[in-house]
Write a protein of this length. Structure first.
Length: 335
């Protein structure tokens, strides 16, 4: 077992998942302003530190994806944020892409940038304590998209990123996100997601990436948010599993789903059903941002000094998702 494989398996052991706290300053500002909290470095850190010091970090969260600002900050107790996360028993991680930009040659699509200078940045993040990294590619579904150019360009970038990350002794999270914005059916999502994931693995193999030392972070198979063709949660689980069984090489140790616009309960329920039907050797868990934090943020915004109350809500959501990662969740357990 390689060192990278050990890190990946440790992050995902016993139903643990990943807290995606890597919102850019712009995104975090929108989140805070939506609940009438001023977005200052202090307030951003206060909310995040409240989550990072919650008891569920030890029981339910195996890794935390940080943003560049946060990985360099210190907690209220003056220890570095990666140290705080490690002390709670989770692995610190870092988002390393610089965002999705307009794709030259197909201006209605995006390609993720950030490869320039990445090797040097990875060395710095490793020294700061990062054990894993994240890079997100995004794809739209319409009649003509995602185009071959978008699928190829993003797969190539994800593979180059992954090989540089492994060279730096960290685990790359490979996140090809087929967005749920649009009118497409679940079957169209299935077809396009399958195509996207297969191309990613072609490129990863070409770039000699050790597949036992990565974590895949895909979308679930959902109908578009404007689609008239809705399907049941059970069908979502079955289609998602079918897609991954046919697209992901067996060496990959774990798959952590993104919540991608689902509500907190939907994201938990769908993960639970995926695990109830899971007949693969893949660990199937979660790497949620909004679906872990939204209720906690709303509560916290009413009184940012009520750390304990905020942590109670966050602990509950993390616990629910860890049960779902084991196929043991039920609606009766929700508050």
């Amino acid at each position: 077992m390689s060192e990278l494989n050990k890190i990946a398996l440790k992050i995902l052991e016993n139903g643990k998942g990943i807290l995606a706290a890597d919102e850019s300053t712009g995104t975090m500002t929108k989140r805070l302003e939506s609940v009438n909290i001023q977005s200052t470095p202090e307030n951003r850190l206060l909310f995040r530190e409240t989550l990072f010091s919650s008891s569920c970090m030890t029981e339910c969260i195996g890794g935390v994806i940080l943003y560049d600002e946060t990985i360099k900050q210190k907690s209220s107790k003056k220890n570095k944020i990666p140290e705080l996360i490690s002390e709670m028993g989770a692995a610190p991680g870092i988002k390393v892409d610089t965002g999705a930009k307009v794709l030259a040659g197909s201006p209605d699509e995006k390609v993720t940038e950030g490869l320039d200078g990445l090797r040097e940045r990875l060395k710095e993040y490793f020294k700061l304590g990062a054990k894993f990294t994240k890079w997100r590619g995004v794809y739209n579904i319409t009649k003509n998209f995602p185009s071959e150019l978008s699928i190829q360009s993003n797969a190539h970038a994800l593979a180059r990123y992954s090989s540089l990350v492994q060279e730096s002794n960290m685990v790359p999270i490979v996140e090809p996100e087929v967005l749920m914005d649009g009118e497409h059916s679940a079957n169209e999502c299935y077809e396009k997601t399958s195509e996207v994931i297969k191309k990613c693995f072609e490129e990863l193999i070409l770039h000699k990436v050790d597949l036992t030392g990565i974590i895949l972070k895909p979308n679930m198979i959902l109908a578009g948010n404007k689609s008239k063709d809705k399907i049941s949660n059970d069908e979502i689980a079955k289609l998602t599993l079918k897609c991954l069984k046919n697209s992901v090489p067996s060496e990959v140790p774990g798959i952590t789903f993104l919540s991608g616009g689902q509500s907190e309960i939907e994201a938990t329920e769908n993960l639970n059903l995926i695990n109830k039907h899971n007949d693969t050797n893949f660990i199937m868990s979660y790497s949620y941002g909004r679906a872990l934090q939204h209720s906690a943020l709303k509560f916290w915004s009413k009184d940012i000094k009520d750390i304990e109350g905020t942590q109670k809500i966050f602990n509950h959501r993390a616990k629910m998702n860890t049960l779902a990662a084991q196929g043991k969740w039920s609606k009766d357990l929700e508050i």
